[in-house]
Design a protein around this ligand. Structure first.
Ligand code: HEM
Length: 334
């Protein structure tokens, strides 16, 4: 469903609803649907027992028998979001069921909108508050990231789960991509699931005016094609809005500059923390996995040994993204 595209240069103020973004849940869908219309029951019946079907090596057989259903009966973006999720998981489960050898692929938003509108008005006090709120939101994300250690075992993640997040683009195990029968005459290449496809950090980068290196930036830019169109439109509109950095520099206000730098610093800390997590869940887990894998699971993807599920050369990419964030720190003029 095409989002309503307010033109940020003329339409003031920016509002979240028009981009299907929730004030409370950010880019997540509040009260997301658990069921699709009855027409799509064949999809949902398989999706509801996905782990069991993969364990029993039965997913491919079930999907093969699934009728081909048109998307035309999906009403609105909520049903489209659930259908997208269900079909992505069915496809990745189907492809990786037998492992790599036989592949068959926030409140922070409120602060962003407040800050953008504060520049348009302009209102320096409101901008200051919004920046302070944004910093707290970024720090909250870092804290939440820490919960990964409580809930996700690195060995099981590495050897069992990760392959199902792999795609068929930049993946040596499937160099040609995946044939989507009835959709395309040529195999198609799509990246696997990666948090690089989440809209949140793209929105922060655009708002704070962080510019990544050509290579990292190109990858991140491609990841926007995996977002719901209304969310992609949101980051594009933040990009076209008046520059926060220019506004702060021309205002000559040290307290705005400090608040901006604290946001950049918090974002770099989030990215550093993420790097330590990736070290634990990928690098260290890979070394351990050499000595065996949990039984009945497909095993770690060898082709992705040094790569992220999105297909990047992990560490150099993540460090470049973190370092470019830090380079955005502003220094007072004169
Ligand atoms: C076991 C947990 C995780 C692992 C192993 C992991 C791994 C990776 C890898 C390898 C990349 C590089 C892109 C790719 O090839 O996919 C990446 C990117 C990224 N990840 Fe994670 N990730 C994990 C959890 C998370 C979580 C929970 C978040 C939520 C904040 C997150 C946020 C990001 C972001 C935003 C990027 C894009 C790079 C950036 O903008 O800094 N990751 N991750």
């Amino acid at each position: 469903m095409e989002p309503h595209r307010p033109n940020v240069k003329t339409a003031v103020p920016l509002s979240l609803e028009s981009y299907h973004i929730s004030e409370e849940y950010g880019f997540l869908l509040p009260d997301s649907l658990k069921e699709l219309p009855d027409h799509y029951r064949p999809w949902m019946e398989i999706a509801n027992k996905l782990p069991q079907l993969i364990d029993a090596h039965q997913l491919q057989a079930h999907v093969d028998k699934m009728p081909l259903l048109s998307c035309q009966f999906l009403k609105g973006h909520r049903e489209q979001r659930l259908a997208h999720l269900v079909l992505s998981f069915l496809t990745m489960g189907y492809v990786w069921q037998e492992g790599e050898a036989q592949p068959a692929e926030i409140p922070g938003n409120w602060a962003l909108v407040q800050a953008t509108n504060a520049i348009l008005q302009p209102n320096q006090e409101a901008l200051l508050q919004a920046l302070q709120r944004l910093r707290l939101s970024i720090q909250d994300i870092t804290k939440t990231l820490g919960q990964m250690h409580d809930y996700v075992d690195p060995d099981i993640f590495y050897a069992g789960i990760r392959i199902f997040l792999s795609g068929w683009k930049d993946n040596p195990a499937m160099p040609a991509g995946l044939m989507y029968e009835g959709v395309s005459q040529e195999p198609l290449k799509y990246s696997g699931g990666s948090a690089a496809q989440s809209t949140v950090l793209h929105a922060f980068d655009e708002f704070l005016g962080i510019r990544h290196s050509k290579e990292s930036g190109d990858f991140l830019y491609r990841m926007r094609d995996y977002m719901p169109p209304s969310h992609k439109a949101f980051i594009e509109d933040i990009h076209s809005a008046p520059s926060l950095r220019d506004y702060i520099l021309s205002s000559g206000q040290d307290h705005l500059l400090t608040a901006y730098n604290q946001c950049v610093q918090a974002l770099a800390e989030l990215r550093s923390y993420h790097i330590t997590m990736v070290t634990k869940y990928l690098i260290t887990a890979a070394a351990k996995a050499k000595h065996g894998k949990p039984n009945h699971l497909p095993g770690p993807p060898q082709a992705l040994k040094d790569r992220g599920t999105g297909g990047t050369a992990v560490m150099s990419f993540l460090k470049s993204v973190r370092d470019k964030t830090l380079e955005s720190i502003l220094h007072p003029r004169g």
